[in-house]
Unconditional design. Structure first.
Length: 678
């Protein structure tokens, strides 16, 4: 046998299960969860630590409070038991906070405004549980308040976990995908991204925490928001929303990052589909798709980019599931929507953006590079889907538009002196979003532009992440998740890894203001948890699926598992391990398991990968610096042995985007690629 490693690690169909190290999975193993530690006691609370240790009694006397820490972000309904209550007017209240910054005995962190505590009148002994509309979608800290002169004896304070409502109570951690590398930071980040998306997967009848859309009110005599989540935002039994705490609404832009990261980890695509359905059902006669789902859609806003992101969502859903019936149901809406965007292409041959709505950034208008790059990208997806549908009626018009948009973008918006694209013709601002989308969409006309954008963007990094200068002093993990993809596409895996390490691990997990489990929506370049898009810092969500970009980037690019056609019928393995000595990942589609493991081996390396029988694809590896032999052999496909001599080249001679060796026409099966330097 050429490799016992393949036998033990790769060939077993249970590779996924065997390789997942459950200790990284943050999803709870049961829906009833108890606090992990006691953080503070205010006033007179006897035996407060019992609430953590054995879920036993604690006695609140007079004005008093405790703060409990779940050790990670959680979501759900509070329940507790009153063992004794001395007075007919006793109350127990709860406040919630994702960040330690907003722990308070007065208010919860904000959804729309200042959120009131959740109060219970507890004159009777017995069990109490919050009504289902008062599930709180994201909190790490739970404070218990007692505001009267008597005393209340409580026990069994717990939270019934409400995220992932469609999954069996003990199956929330049964991921079908996995990731592991020599770098613990990356491992933690990958699993935190997966868990972030789980907190954003909710019961669609418990949507919308922005109650002003449904006529919500303030608590009489206060400026506090009476909050609840009970709008029906989608059909089905689960839906993917933007954030756990808020908005609990379907936002198509967010899905561009969340959906691929869901696919590589939990593969929970039914929730994605329910959310896509809820967006497409709101399509207007003109073809326009909503900026966001119900009830935000009541505002009647349009976004040129979010409109296109719904189409990207449909493409991704089809890519990951291969459901052609579903695609065919939405094919006419797709064409209509894309043609609607193209109707805004003017004499400049670029789309003129006439609505400023986007991911939160300022200055979205005119011949904007981000919007035009996303349009260019979506046309490319449309052409691929047209091929799947066997409907070429729009293809040649789309192709002409694509050629024209690309040429115009490069003539009008490429700033050669800066080595970056300008936001539009009338500005010197070089946005992060438009430049990362320029690489992802391949609107660039040559590889020096790609190399330049990757280099220039990385040279702007602050110690907490890339500045999204198109939104004041913001660091956007959403746009930075796209930036990771851009660095990989530019052949710069080291940059992507560095960014994941210092931004997602050191800051977004390890900073004490974070939840150490889910990823924050946005913050500021000076490291303060302030987001220029909002006036209230406590409003920022700490579980936002759009911040889970490393999870898919690591599986697709570091481990190199690439799908070219639906479900990976055609695949492209493109490992970019960067400085990692070992990295492995796997995921499943309806065709079977895709997995790969890279390891540095002597002066060369070994990359073993497995793809399902009946599929086909290619392998692309970086041309090495050394001369050597690259062997590619299959352990289970007859006589496959593609051994070749490779000529290395010294670093100094490398082109702007490193050359790669591509080996095509490989059949699905178990492969072992080994580079041996001579
Ligand atoms: C799982 O990962 C943890 C943390 O790295 C490690 O301590 C433990 O040994 C691992 N367990 C297995 C079975 O690999
Ligand atoms: C407990 O007291 C501290 C110090 O006054 C305060 O910052 C904190 O908000 C209080 N916590 C609660 C839950 O009342
Ligand atoms: C305690 O809080 C409840 C609920 O807000 C309120 O009705 C009650 O008046 C408060 N009691 C005191 C003494 O503040
Ligand atoms: C019950 O609560 C009321 C209002 O706070 C207070 O005046 C009264 O003294 C309390 N009674 C006892 C037995 O604590
Ligand atoms: C949602 O819950 C709030 C607070 O309990 C309630 O006032 C409202 O009627 C509920 N709305 C729906 C649609 O159930
Ligand atoms: C649920 O499906 C029905 C029937 O297609 C549709 O009328 C309704 O708008 C959908 N609800 C949501 C919230 O999308
Ligand atoms: C594919 O989509 C069709 C049409 O929407 C649906 O009926 C079917 O259940 C889907 N198949 C799978 C496997 O999800
Ligand atoms: C875009 O269209 C608007 C509305 O028609 C127009 O006012 C504006 O000048 C156009 N922008 C550009 C850059 O052509
Ligand atoms: C061009 O971009 C700048 C920077 O984002 C923005 O302030 C300005 O409004 C944009 N101009 C037009 C015409 O869209
Ligand atoms: C990207 O654009 C370049 C230059 O126009 C072209 O040569 C290349 O084939 C494109 N790459 C892909 C993947 O389409
Ligand atoms: C963060 O969580 C990890 C487990 O995911 C744990 O090992 C680490 O101790 C936690 N850090 C802090 C500061 O709590
Ligand atoms: C593949 O071919 C090379 C060169 O012909 C040979 O040295 C090597 O032993 C072969 N490997 C296998 C596993 O057959």
């Amino acid at each position: 046998m050429f490799s016992c490693l393949l036998q033990t690690i790769l060939i077993s169909p249970s590779l996924g299960a065997a390789t997942v190290n459950a200790s990284y999975i943050l999803a709870p193993s049961s829906r009833d969860i108890y606090p992990a530690s006691l953080r503070t006691v205010n006033g007179s609370v006897s035996n407060a630590s019992n609430l953590v240790l054995d879920h036993g009694h604690a006695t609140f006397l007079g004005n008093s409070a405790v703060t409990l820490d779940f050790g990670k972000n959680v979501a759900g309904l509070v329940s507790f038991e009153v063992f004794s209550s001395t007075n007919s007017t006793e109350y127990i209240g709860f406040t919630f906070s994702e960040s330690s910054l907003w722990i308070s005995g007065e208010i919860s962190d904000a959804t729309t405004g200042t959120d009131a505590p959740l109060w219970f009148a507890v004159s009777e002994v017995g069990a109490y549980t919050a009504a289902s509309e008062f599930s709180r979608g994201g909190f790490r800290y739970l404070s218990i308040l007692h505001n009267t002169t008597g005393s209340v004896q409580l026990r069994d304070v717990s939270v019934h976990f409400t995220a992932m409502p469609h999954i069996g109570d003990s199956a929330m951690g049964d991921y079908s995908g996995y990731f592991h590398s020599v770098d613990e930071k990356l491992n933690r980040v990958w699993y935190a991204g997966a868990y972030t998306n789980q907190l954003c997967t909710i019961d669609p009848t418990r949507g919308n925490s922005i109650i002003r859309f449904t006529g919500g009110s303030t608590l009489p005599g206060t400026n506090m928001n009476i909050w609840y989540n009970n709008d029906t935002i989608a059909n089905g039994t689960s839906a993917l929303v933007d954030g756990g705490k808020r908005d609990r609404i379907i936002w198509p832009g967010d899905m561009a990052i969340a959906v691929p990261s869901i696919f590589v980890s939990t593969n929970d695509l039914i929730s994605v589909r329910n959310s896509l359905d809820a967006l497409f059902i709101l399509q207007e006669e003109t073809g326009a798709l909503p900026y966001a789902g119900y009830p935000f859609s009541k505002l009647g806003l349009f976004s040129f980019t979010y409109h296109l992101y719904t189409l990207v969502g449909l493409y991704n859903y089809h890519l990951f599931t291969g459901n052609e019936t579903y695609l065919s149901e939405l094919w006419n809406p797709f064409k209509k929507a894309l043609d609607f965007s193209l109707s805004y292409v003017d004499d400049s041959r670029l789309m003129n953006v006439t609505d400023t709505n986007d991911w939160g950034r300022f200055g979205m208008s005119g011949h904007n590079i981000e919007a035009n790059a996303i349009l260019y990208y979506t046309i490319g997806l449309g052409i691929q889907l047209a091929d799947v549908m066997g409907d070429s009626s729009a293809t040649s018009s789309w192709q002409q538009h694509a050629v024209a948009i690309k040429e115009a973008a490069n003539t009008r918006l490429w700033d050669a002196a800066a080595g970056l694209y300008r936001d539009n013709e009338t500005t010197t601002l070089h946005p992060q979003d438009g430049n990362v989308w320029a690489i992802i969409s391949n609107i660039t006309s040559n590889s020096s532009q790609i190399a330049s954008i990757s280099r220039k963007l990385s040279s702007r990094w602050t110690s907490v992440g890339p500045p999204a200068i198109e939104l004041a002093d913001t660091v956007s993990p959403f746009i930075s998740g796209l930036e990771l993809q851009a660095h990989y596409l530019a052949g710069q895996p080291e940059r992507a890894l560095e960014l994941i390490r210092f931004m997602w691990a050191d800051f977004m997990l390890d900073d004490p203001r974070m939840t150490n489990s889910t990823f924050i929506e946005a913050y500021a370049t000076d490291g303060s948890l302030h987001y220029a898009a909002y006036t209230d810092d406590s409003r920022i969500s700490h579980a936002h699926g759009w911040s889970s970009g490393p999870t898919s980037a690591l599986s697709f690019h570091a481990a190199g598992l690439g799908l070219v056609s639906a479900q990976g019928k055609i695949w492209a393995m493109t490992p970019q391990p960067g400085d990692l000595e070992t990295v492995e990942a796997g995921f499943e589609t309806g065709l079977g398991l895709f997995s790969a493991r890279f390891k540095v081996d002597g002066s060369g390396w070994q990359y073993i990968f497995q793809t399902p029988k009946g599929t086909s694809g290619s392998l692309s590896v970086e041309r090495p610096e050394c001369d050597g032999v690259l062997s590619l052999v299959s352990s289970d496909i007859g006589s496959e042995n593609r051994t070749m001599i490779v000529e290395g080249y010294p670093l100094a001679e490398q082109p702007p985007v490193k050359e790669r060796i591509v080996i095509t026409e490989l059949q699905g099966g178990d492969w072992d690629a080994t580079l041996t330097c001579s």
